[in-house]
Design a binder for this molecule. Structure first.
Ligand SMILES: CC(C)(COP(=O)(O)OP(=O)(O)OC[C@H]1O[C@@H](n2cnc3c(N)ncnc32)[C@H](O)[C@@H]1OP(=O)(O)O)[C@@H](O)C(=O)NCCC(=O)NCCS
Length: 198
């Protein structure tokens, strides 16, 4: 039996420099996930706590668990697998309470595990593709995403994709971040932004 529950959705996009494909994450990507999840520099940015490394069993728990009910993608750029992202049903009760009980609220989590690709605009590109898919194909009502104060690249990716800062939450100390930022993009905001860009 496979560890990661896969799906059959592939998203294509990019620009003149980077051909970007979001393909279904599956067990064939586990060697990449082991590598990135044992790199303390990558984990510094993805985890709230200071984690040096996750062993394979924990990697199985994380990706095996999340993929059961959510869409997980591998990020392929110019034919190389460099990262992963998730489109996940909102799992935090305090955030769900901010919206109507029947609203389809999701979050996106993202990571480029190959560090040499950080800061080249790829995050902004692939999150744009996933946002488009979420609203236009999955008919999501709201995307509600997060970044901590020290992660400026993450913050910029949300901002550049039209997300609004809606809530700032103090993080109990001691902790790496002092503040958790909550970013929101609704279906209507997405449509308005699309019309404006024509
Ligand atoms: C977060 C992540 C997906 C962003 O993708 P990316 O391709 O690196 O980001 P982009 O290049 O699209 O955008 C980064 C932006 O941050 C800006 N930036 C980076 N460092 C900065 C700094 N010190 N001060 C100000 N802006 C900074 C860049 O200038 C760019 O903004 P601009 O286009 O307006 O100039 C990627 O960096 C990553 O995976 N990092 C490690 C894991 C992680 O942080 N995951 C997110 C957890 S919430």
């Amino acid at each position: 039996m496979s560890i990661i529950r896969s799906h059959d959705i592939t998203l294509c996009g990019g620009n003149d420099e980077y051909k970007v494909i979001l393909c279904p994450l599956s067990d064939e990507h586990l060697p990449y996930l082991y590598k990135w999840n044992s790199d303390s520099e990558v984990l510094y940015w993805t985890e709230g706590e200071d984690i040096e490394s996750y062993p394979p069993e924990v990697v199985h728990q994380i990706y095996g668990g999340i993929s059961q009910n959510n869409l997980c993608f591998a990020l392929k750029v110019n034919n190389e697998i460099i990262g992963e992202c998730w489109l996940q049903k909102m799992n935090l009760p305090n955030v769900k309470k901010m919206y109507a009980a029947d609203a389809d609220v999701r979050r996106i989590d993202m990571s480029i595990g190959e560090k040499s690709y950080w800061g080249h605009g790829i995050g902004t590109l692939f999150i744009g593709m996933l946002v488009k898919y979420a609203f236009e194909c999955e008919h999501v009502d709201v995307l509600h995403c997060f970044s901590e104060d020290y992660n400026i690249r993450s913050r910029r990716v949300w901002e550049k994709n039209g997300f609004q800062l809606v809530f700032t939450e103090e993080i109990p100390q001691p902790h790496k971040g002092k503040v958790q930022y909550h970013w929101r993009l609704t279906k209507d905001e997405y449509q308005e932004r699309k019309i404006e860009s024509f």
